[in-house]
Design a protein. Structure first.
Length: 260
């Protein structure tokens, strides 16, 4: 399969499209899921998966007949669920169709369910839609070793690895190569956040540099350890503090994530 690092993610804004809402916890990274936290504030059950009113957002039209989302837009996809969730099997075909129709826009989604990828594909997927980027998230070594061999082999044109929430030191070196367009790392947000050690982040950065893979430190998380000292960092400052570290490699520096 042809892969490329020529496509660099540099979308500072973008549109949020959540075709369905709700999810099920499946691994350690899900324990303090931000969707569950958000829904709990409104007495809503985040484990109930429902198609949203914005399902057809990418192909909705304005009064003049033009798309409401203009050509060239970047669309953050399914960030209040998982695009490969089995509950959404009956809706996903139509979502793929809209992505195909809007080949003038870029779509990106993050998944913990890469093992389901082969059974979730549209018939015309081939080597992947050129306008769809997929991130596989791994929060610890066990999930890296389970998910990344699958991620490596499935046909996707644009692949990124996301280590968020980063829960322990992870060795990605066996999996890094030209097939990965970037690695993004970040700590866990929320009042019950588990710790994230800066040394873990620097170690992944070193691995990325050695493999010539763009790296980005997205956020510190709330419970951060640096040089043996523990810091509690307010949500509003977690992204800014990560930027201040100034450790992103050039090609990945402008990746602006959505969600946690």
């Amino acid at each position: 399969m042809e892969t490329t690092k020529a496509k660099q993610i540099s979308y500072g804004g973008g549109v949020n499209w959540n075709p369905w809402h709700g999810c099920h916890r499946i691994s350690a990274g899900c324990v303090h899921c931000y969707v569950y936290r958000m829904d709990a504030k409104h007495s809503k059950d985040a484990s109930k998966v429902e198609r949203t009113n914005g399902f057809y957002l990418p192909v909705s039209h304005a009064r003049d007949g033009s798309y409401r989302i203009p050509p060239g837009s970047f669309i953050w996809t399914c960030f209040t669920s998982d695009f490969l969730l089995s509950d959404a099997d009956c809706w996903r075909g139509e979502a793929w169709r809209m992505m195909r129709e809007r080949n003038d826009c870029e779509f990106l989604f993050i998944t913990k369910r890469i093992a389901r990828f082969a059974q979730c594909l549209p018939e015309d997927w081939g080597e992947g839609y050129p306008n769809v980027s997929i991130c596989c998230t791994v929060e610890n070594q066990a999930m890296a070793d389970e998910r990344l061999p699958v991620f490596l082999d499935v046909p996707i044109r644009h692949k990124m690895i996301v280590c968020e929430p980063l829960l322990e030191k992870i060795d990605l070196s066996a999996y890094l190569g030209d097939w990965v367009e970037s690695v993004t790392v970040g700590g866990e947000s929320g009042d019950e956040a588990r710790m994230c050690d800066y040394d873990w982040i620097l170690d992944i950065r070193r691995q990325c540099i050695e493999a010539d893979v763009p790296f980005r430190f997205k956020q510190t998380g709330a419970h951060f350890i640096k040089d043996g000292k523990r810091y509690w960092i307010r949500r509003a400052l977690q992204h800014a503090q990560a930027r201040k570290a100034n450790i992103n490699t050039e090609k990945a520096a402008s990746f602006q994530g959505s969600g946690t």
